[in-house]
Design a protein around this ligand. Structure first.
Ligand code: PDD
Length: 287
């Protein structure tokens, strides 16, 4: 089946969908994005993703070409048109085609933003083999820009981190700044020590994960102890457990950090419980 995608108001077969070579998303990485997961045909944490999209746009002074109602409808239409049961929806909004290449933003009154959405079919999204095995991460210096709270498409450094992880026979990377873990290359990072869940507090240093926000609420409701504080890579290496969260991975156990085995080298009980909690509560709240 040819995938149907959405570009600037139109639903098109993917091979007929085009945007300009002058688009600022392409030339300047002047674009923001969101990834929303779909389970059983429903959108997980949709309100959070929509709110963060609006925040990213407003931080960059970029217009949203769609209303909130239209955006939700496009998500639902794409799920339906592509027969997605489990998978992901990628959304990107750029500052549009400003004509000639220029560092100066085009006038938003005359140059509309570009919006693109497409689906990715992931049948085993809720139970990938990695979730029962756990993943291995390397430490990687965090050399990204200082506004990581804005979800921009500047993903070259995270790509280099994932390539370094792959080369080392690992799955992902924990970014490290001044000896402290900021987050994973495309996820938020956590350790568990003495039953306590430890994760870096929100700031411009990390993306304000939507999965993180939901999970911390569910953990508090389940009387689990959460401490929001930075942790060192050394602490991570000697933690009882470690895990990451993100829209495409939910809660994913980490069994090795920069060569050090975490716990028994298998997913720990806290990460397992949190994964189950997130999936069950997330499914209940899905729309
Ligand atoms: N990444 N931190 C970074 C740097 C991320 O790129 C992401 C998401 C997260 C987790 O955010 P959320 O829980 O809202 O997905 C944290 C997406 C999934 C991606 O780039 O594919």
């Amino acid at each position: 089946m040819t995938r149907t995608v959405y570009v600037n108001g139109n639903y098109l077969p993917e091979n007929e969908a085009t945007i300009s070579i002058f688009d600022r998303g392409f030339l300047m990485a002047d674009a923001v994005y969101e990834v929303t997961s779909v389970l059983d045909g429903k959108l997980l944490d949709y309100a959070g993703h929509e709110a963060r999209l609006q925040r990213s746009l407003s931080e960059l002074g970029m217009a949203n070409p769609c209303t909130a109602e239209e955006l939700l409808q496009v998500h639902r239409d794409l799920v339906e048109k592509n027969g997605i049961v489990n998978g992901l929806i990628y959304l990107q909004i750029s500052r549009g085609n400003g004509g000639d290449r220029s560092f100066i933003f085009p006038d938003a009154a005359t140059v509309p933003s570009t919006i693109v959405l497409f689906t990715q079919d992931v049948p085993d999204l809720a139970n990938p083999p990695a979730a029962s095995k756990g993943i291995k991460v390397i430490a990687f210096e965090d050399l990204r820009w200082g506004r990581r709270d804005i979800k921009t498409v500047q993903l070259l450094w995270p790509s280099l981190a994932k390539m370094a992880a792959k080369k080392a026979g690992c799955d992902d990377a924990f970014f490290v700044m001044d000896g402290l873990v900021t987050e994973g290359s495309s996820n938020n990072a956590y350790i568990v020590k003495g039953g306590k869940i430890i994760t870096r507090p929100l700031s411009n240093d990390i993306l304000h994960g939507i999965t993180r926000a939901a999970l911390l609420t569910y953990a508090a409701e389940a009387q689990m102890v959460v401490e929001e504080r930075p942790f060192t890579i050394e602490e991570a290496k000697s933690a009882d457990e470690a895990f990451i969260t993100g829209a495409s991975t939910f809660v994913m156990p980490v069994i090795e950090v920069d060569g050090a085995t975490i716990g028994s080298g298998t997913p720990g009980p806290v990460a397992k419980r949190l994964r189950e909690l997130y999936l069950s509560e997330g499914r209940k709240a899905a729309i």
